[in-house]
Write a protein that binds this ligand. Sequence first.
Ligand code: SF4
Length: 278
Amino acid sequence: MPDAQMTPLEAKSPFELRVDLGKGVPETDVRSALRTGDMGFLHSFTTGSAVDGPGIRVVAWTTGCMWRCRYCHNPDTWTLSNGQPVAVARAAEEVRKYGHGLKVMKGGFTLSGGEPLMQHRFAAKLVGAVHAMGIHTVIETNGYNGEHLTDAELDGIDLVMLGIKTWDPERHRQLTGMDLGHTLAFAERLAARRRPIWVRFVLVPGLTDDMADIAGIARFAAKLGNVERVEVLPFHQMGRFKWERLGLAYTLAATEPPTTELCEQACEVFRREGLKAF
Ligand code: SF4
């Protein structure tokens, strides 16, 4: 399968709308890429991120996600073929270019998406190669496909940023289209292997702001023993234009971002369980 060269791998931000970059790739090649991980589908690379893990980071944004979160701000990453095919060696070299600076700035490399573990063979190979360079590695994931990573592969991930969307199983299905159980099972497996987690929780007024529900996540996270911090992420409308341009039905057009007070209230729920929350 050819390594796409047409669209620059680097984007100013993941909010750049990208579609159909891998559309011409034959189905057999897609299947082979998913099976071997020698090739992955990427929306883009961005550099200089200060919000995707510790320090300053290079981030690779994968395409493909089986969830359909109603507040997703990058729905163009749902479809694998919206990304461009990139050889794992090329992706690793892209990170290596920044290796020295990333180490100096106590940052590293983050694999995000979309859902990076949709392409778990590619994710494991790329993160493993970067880890072997001595660069700090992070995966931002919903945890759904975590069961496909071996214990050795987990040990090559320095930090997992795990999205927990809501605590109530039925609300979780309505919000994401998927079951919550896989995410929790992955968190427990990481805890058993003492791999650090940062929990990410998106606070959406009217959707995920039930404090009793948040308390359920907080109790679960506190019991794990490996959660270093919780990030309460305020809902925003920056991805709305993508839903509209892609012709998708966006249900949160009238939803306002949470107030500072509401964010602080949610943080307090986590802090009451002894967790650091920001
Ligand atoms: S898991 Fe992430 S990428 Fe997938 S739909 Fe939800 S917010 Fe979007």
